[in-house]
Design a protein around this ligand. Structure first.
Ligand code: AHM
Ligand code: MG
Length: 325
């Protein structure tokens, strides 16, 4: 069980007939995230907290650590000849890197930005796609989540964890004192049923009727139609919510709401929803946008937003059914 990342990757690639370049992309991501972890842990001592004084393409305020993490990832990935191009939540458009590269990497450099300055878990989320033949353009990246060759995240919490899938189950690594990732859990499974939900309740009045109904049922607990009491959590770092669900089940919702008709959700399909949905599905859970299975959505834009419902299969299926009636 205590394999180091290089040992695990070598064995996992050969067992599953996967290309060495895919392993090298994971190594590069792991190394860059080790650097990010170091910066996160330094906090005020490293002068990395606070606002960067800039905005990203989506008009969101960038934190110093958002900018730093983005730079560390771009610099590391650009040096890997297996990476043809990358796309980041913090960049306006894609970045071409190595013409001969086989893979495209998409990432949210630091998810949970509002938690950076308050010492609450944040993370890096990544998605790896095969580059289609021909010239690299935005279209090259617009592949459904089902096509991901790998996805995962690094969670900077009480421990720094690397969690990823190469399409053959999910593996969890813990960063040790020598800054090496060591395998600490293989093939976690998300229970089909759960009694824990995560949603930002402050948006309640903006939700559509099926989500309103679902949450009313959960809040009614054992006195309502669901017949059991539910617990609620909201970290405001999706990466941390997904990790909790991976460890002990639950359902996470960031639903569509009525505030801005141009934004069918807050979260981003390519940098957040797809990579985390692949992790959830690989662990036996389910993910959708309330209507369509997340991994089947045909992307139309790099920064596309989407509604998200993911986690324990029976809860996600139930929310899906509520939207069909
Ligand atoms: P970010 O990528 O700018 O950090 O935004 C995404 C985050 C998610 O991690 C989290 O689920 C959500 O935004 C929290 O939103 P809210 O501010 O509504 O709690
Ligand atoms: Mg994010």
């Amino acid at each position: 069980m205590s394999a180091t990342l290089p040992d695990f990757i070598a064995q996992h690639l050969s067992q599953n007939g996967l290309p060495a370049e895919l392993g090298s992309v994971i190594h590069t991501l792991a190394r860059a995230c080790t650097d990010i972890s170091r910066q996160v842990r330094a906090g005020a001592l490293g002068g990395v907290l606070g606002s960067a004084g800039s905005g990203n393409v989506q008009g969101e305020e960038q934190k110093k650590l958002d900018v730093l993490a983005n730079r560390l990832l771009i610099n590391a990935l650009a040096q890997n000849t297996a990476v043809a191009g990358l796309a980041s939540e913090e960049e306006d458009s894609f970045v071409a890197t190595n013409e001969q590269g086989r893979y495209l990497v998409l990432f949210d450099p630091l998810d949970g930005s509002s938690n950076i300055d308050v010492n609450i878990s944040i993370g890096t989320i990544f998605s790896v796609l095969e580059k289609p033949a021909g010239a690299l353009n935005t279209e090259s990246f617009l592949q459904p989540g089902r096509a991901q060759a790998a996805s995962g995240y690094v969670l900077y919490g009480p421990q720094t964890l690397l969690v990823f899938t190469l399409g053959h189950g999910v593996y969890v690594f813990t960063l040790d004192a020598a800054q090496e990732f060591v395998l600490t859990q293989a093939l976690p499974q998300i229970a089909a049923d759960s009694a824990e939900f995560a949603i930002n309740m402050s948006n309640q009045r903006h939700w559509e009727a099926p989500v309103q109904q679902y949450i009313v049922e959960l809040l009614a607990g054992s006195t309502g139609s669901r017949g059991k009491d539910y617990n609620m959590r909201w970290v405001a770092s999706m990466v941390a919510e997904v990790h909790r669900i991976l460890m002990r089940g639950g359902v996470f919702l960031y639903p569509k709401d009525a505030r801005d008709p141009n934004k069918p959700g807050k979260l981003r399909l390519m940098y957040e929803a797809n990579p985390l949905s692949l992790i959830v599905e690989q662990a036996g859970g389910a993910a959708c946008d309330a209507h369509t299975r997340m991994l089947d959505i045909r992307p139309i834009g790099l920064h596309q937003r989407v509604a998200v419902v993911l986690g324990s299969r029976n809860e996600v299926d139930y929310v899906h059914r509520l939207h069909q009636t």
